[in-house]
Ligand binder design. Sequence first.
Ligand SMILES: O=P(O)(O)O[C@H]1O[C@H](CO)[C@@H](O)[C@H]1O
Length: 328
Amino acid sequence: MDCVITFRTRRDYRLYRSFIRSASKNLFVSGSSYELIKGIADFLLSRTDLRPKIGIICGSGLGSVATILDVKKEFSYSEIPHFPRSTVPGHAGKLLFGYMGNVAVMCMQGRVHFYEGYDLVKCVMPVRVMKLCGVTHIIMSNAAGGVNEKYNVGDIMIVKDHVNFLGLGGLNPLRGPNDDRWGPRFVALNKAYDQWMRKKAKELASQYQQQGSRTTFHEGVYAVVGGPNFETVAELRMLRKMGIDAVGMSTATEAIAAHHCGMTVFAFSLITNKCVLEYDVEEMPNHEEVIESGLKQESLVKDWVSSLVQAVGNQWLMHTEKGCNGLD
Ligand SMILES: O=P(O)(O)O[C@H]1O[C@H](CO)[C@@H](O)[C@H]1O
């Protein structure tokens, strides 16, 4: 059915026209435009003198990593304009600016997920905010189910690569018009997870083994699925056949956005549950167990992440005179 709109004045017509123009522009970019994200970064930086170099994202039950920070400024996500809010237990929803040793850090105590109802572009918005706050290296953590039968609860997997099941189906945070200020239209991902950081993280991990820790570190492939349901036995069997070691509902999309805008990316999974690949098994995965497993590994994870942050800081010192105390 055709619809005819009449305007009483030329002014009404002009107002209508500009509304339609901005609406069609925002159809693709709402919540994600460079200007909007720059506005958020400026909002944060105008409220702290700290200039972060390293960003950390705490996954489910891993919020305690934030407690190693000497916090200088704290924001609740709800007080940051346009920032998404965490709705999942185990994600405090706080953005912290502080120091780990002499390294200036920005830390998300909790993330947001696609299954919470956010578009992927909104899920990765905090990563881009970090970029515009000056973060060059990002450490992402997550809770994940161990698909590899050799993985046990409490093990840590350094992510060497991922399979993005959302992306393979077309759901990608880079979908839509590309803004070259972030990065190129077609981004290569074969070096998405930084080799130097992975090597350093493995070196640092070996000290726990030497000290007799029972925690095993692995390096493996993380698969992101949409959630929020845990996977079926058939799905998990398929994942294992495909060479996947751990499965979760986050991180890979954030890593794509971070790599796209030129950040150095490191990610790790805490194995919080062993995935059930058999039908005649009583146990069933649940979020409470996921959070509990995170808490049990609290001190080791904090220690390891903190030494990785220091290692990145020392690397900076070797290459720049300024270091990374955020005061340069
Ligand atoms: O990936 P993070 O945020 O650590 O959380 C993981 O834990 C939750 C399931 O218990 C899911 O959100 C999954 O992605």
